[in-house]
Design a protein around this ligand. Structure first.
Ligand code: PHE
Length: 358
């Protein structure tokens, strides 16, 4: 048993001196492995008489446990030391100046689309889309605008060369063709909005050949003009953030709605400035109406059973009004100084932001 004390001292001593994990593993194999020294001594117990075997067995087991524990302890000490060394090596110098970061901005038109979707989303609308390149049937004819109708001239349409399946192709002049696509492709009840690009040959401070509209369409069996009014009043007040914003419905004409109404909001013009809210003036912001039964019929639905309302508005226009951006053309000039000034931080919550970051 004295031998075991010496052996213990020798092994534990070499464990403490081990240079690394590999050296520890070598010791483990040499002592506790299948052909290790302690394992060998265990095997030798068989030759002893029972009394001596019991005593030596217990002592050997103890030695085995002690060596295993020493190996474990040394292993975790080495790991700690490696971690400390790593931390020391990779220390960060927090006194260094930060690297300048170029932060992107959300374009005001994207922000406006997000806000509009959030408001109508709360009212239960979902988003639909259609192609920018349309045929004249979806863009005009199905919307009750026959070939010789003056509305075709008024819209300053971009026609594409050639025909497809007997139809002239156009850059859609409004998002209304998606009304048709939706009624043809889905079953009522329908409640959709369609934000998207639209095109007209026009260019000045309030017109750009490419601009955006959002269309709205509600179709079911019991929709009436009161729903149209409630929905659009609610939208105008939420979008401009004025709880009691005056909203006026003015009789108008669109071939695809009957009756039709243009919607004005209250405003005040003072010293060249414009503020949305109570005032003596009105500002037109969108077109709307009850879907013309002819349009419902053109889409294969029964106008005696289904009715609804539709609306369409220019997104740049409502964006310019809300954020005080005076010239529509600047939206598409890609001037970074403009975007930094009028753009939005990426984390702004749609519909809850009050205005651009100063
Ligand atoms: N499409 C019309 C326009 O571009 C707007 C509108 C849409 C009017 C839906 C009524 C109903 O002017």
């Amino acid at each position: 048993m004295e031998n075991l004390d010496n052996l213990r001292e020798e092994i534990i001593g070499s464990v403490r001196k081990a240079a690394g994990l590999d050296a520890l593993e070598e010791i483990r194999v040499a002592e506790l492995g299948r052909k290790g020294r302690i394992t060998g001594l265990m095997k030798g117990l068989g030759g002893l008489d029972p009394e001596a075997r019991r005593a030596a067995g217990a002592a050997l087991n103890r030695l085995k446990d002690e060596v295993a524990a020493a190996l474990d302890a040394e292993k975790s000490r080495l790991a700690d030391r490696a971690l400390d060394a790593g931390l020391e090596r990779d220390r960060i110098d927090v006194s260094l100046p930060i690297r300048p970061e170029s932060e992107g901005r959300i374009h005001p038109i994207s922000q406006t689309i997000d806000e509009v979707m959030a408001i109508f989303g709360e009212m239960g609308f979902s988003v639909a889309e259609g192609p920018d390149i349309e045929d004249d049937w979806h863009n005009f004819t199905a919307l009750n605008i026959p070939p010789e109708h003056p509305a075709r001239q008024e819209m300053d349409t971009f026609y594409l060369p050639g025909e497809k399946d007997g139809h002239r192709m156009v850059l859609r002049t409004h998002t209304s063709p998606v009304q048709i696509r939706t009624m043809l492709g889905r079953k009522p009840p329908l409640r959709i909005i369609v934000p998207g690009r639209t095109y007209r040959c026009d260019y000045d401070a309030t017109h750009s050949p490419m601009f955006h509209q959002v269309e709205g369409l509600v179709i079911d069996e019991a929709t009436h003009f009161g729903h149209l009014k409630g929905c659009l009043i609610e939208f105008c007040r939420a979008y401009f953030g004025v709880d009691d914003l005056p909203v006026r419905f003015r009789a108008s004409y669109f071939p695809f709605t009957e009756p039709s109404a243009e919607v004005d909001i209250g405003c005040k013009r003072e010293g060249g400035g414009l503020s949305i809210g109570h005032g003596e003036d009105w500002l037109e912001i969108l077109g709307s109406g009850m879907v013309n039964p002819k349009v419902i019929e053109n889409c294969g639905l029964d106008p005696a059973r289904y009715q609804g309302f539709a609306f369409g508005m220019g997104l740049e226009r409502i964006s310019m009004l809300k954020y005080g951006i005076p010239d529509l053309r600047t939206y598409y000039e890609s001037d970074l100084r403009w975007l930094r000034h009028y753009g939005f931080a990426a984390l702004d919550v749609p519909s809850l932001v009050a205005g651009p970051i100063p």
